[in-house]
Design a protein around this ligand. Structure first.
Ligand code: NDP
Length: 268
């Protein structure tokens, strides 16, 4: 009889790091995992926001700490990983959620903007996985969860550098899943669709409006419903709480379309 190498540990013995935890999906994931009993370290550049969220989590009786993290700075990532393990012990779950996105096209965007996307979304992401994943392999258990995007299925023109970086992450993750087969470490991808977060709020509205209209015209933006960050966090917690011996390899999470009225149905 084969045995599963994945340890069935209680959440209290499975410390978590969430990147990009200062807002949106990362914040909601940190709150949800802490509520399940995981000690959680929240990482992002906006340390004050992480500290406020961590304090609220602690007020609710769970364990949470904020540590500054800039995925564009390799030395800062090393220091973040060290501090996180000093605070909560060896990390058993990494929710690699932080993401950088700005508008840009393949033919016209500056090379510096491409480099920025790759540095944060790919190189920085890979560095933290390298630092925390090695310990998981030596202990024979852990979850590496990557928040990518529905752009894997439906690439969006106008955010070409972001799409490029998310494809790079998924390429890395696909190979990582094979490299870690049999180690007990699970590798999962959560691909959110449209979610109401801070993503895109800092863009020029004169860019955002036409982009959204273009996505509607192409049928990529099929309707106007958005998910809440907690909806995507539900997928993240499902991945982390999956039974021993099971891995939820890729989860795509989409907002449900608005109901179609009866006349609209019969007219189609
Ligand atoms: P938010 O803008 O709310 O969150 C993005 C997070 O990433 C913030 O916490 C931000 O923190 C962090 N971040 C950005 N740059 C860095 C950096 N250099 N170092 C560390 N952290 C950084 O957006 P979402 O919650 O929507 O985004 C979370 C993930 O979900 C991203 O990977 C995004 O690509 C993905 N996604 C989102 C979708 C959506 O519709 N919202 C759809 C598909 C995927 P800070 O600024 O404090 O550093």
């Amino acid at each position: 009889m084969s045995t599963t190498p994945f340890a069935d540990l209680p959440p209290a013995d499975r410390p978590v790091v969430v990147t990009g935890a200062s807002s949106g999906i990362g914040e909601a994931s940190a709150r949800a995992l802490a509520a399940l009993g995981h000690p959680v370290v929240l990482g992002a550049r906006r340390t004050e926001a992480c500290e406020r969220i961590a304090a609220e989590i602690r007020d609710a009786g769970a364990t949470a700490y904020a540590v500054g993290l800039d995925l564009g700075d390799l030395a800062a990532i090393d220091s973040f990983a060290k501090q996180a393990e000093e605070l909560v012990g060896t990390i058993d779950v990494l929710v690699s959620n932080a993401g950088f996105v700005q508008p840009g096209e393949v033919l016209t965007a500056d090379v510096e903007l491409l480099e920025q996307h790759l540095q944060i979304n790919v190189v920085g992401t890979r560095r933290l996985v390298q630092l925390l994943g090695a310990g998981m392999v030596s202990r024979g258990h852990g979850d590496l969860v990557f928040v990518t995007s529905e752009v894997m299925r439906a690439p969006r023109p106008g955010i070409a550098l972001y799409v490029t970086s998310k494809y790079a992450v998924e390429g890395m993750v696909s190979v990582l899943a094979l490299e870690l087969e049999g180690t007990g470490v699970r590798v999962s991808t959560v691909r959110p669709g449209a979610t109401m977060t801070e993503m895109g709020w800092d863009w020029d509205p004169e860019v955002t409006g036409p982009l959204y209209a273009d996505w509607q015209r192409r049928g990529i933006q099929r309707h106007d419903n958005f998910m809440l960050p907690a909806d995507v966090a539900a997928a993240v917690t499902a991945v982390v709480a999956a039974p021993p011996g099971v891995t939820f390899r890729v989860l795509e999470v989409e907002p449900l379309a608005p109901p179609i009225t009866q006349p609209e149905r019969t007219n189609r």
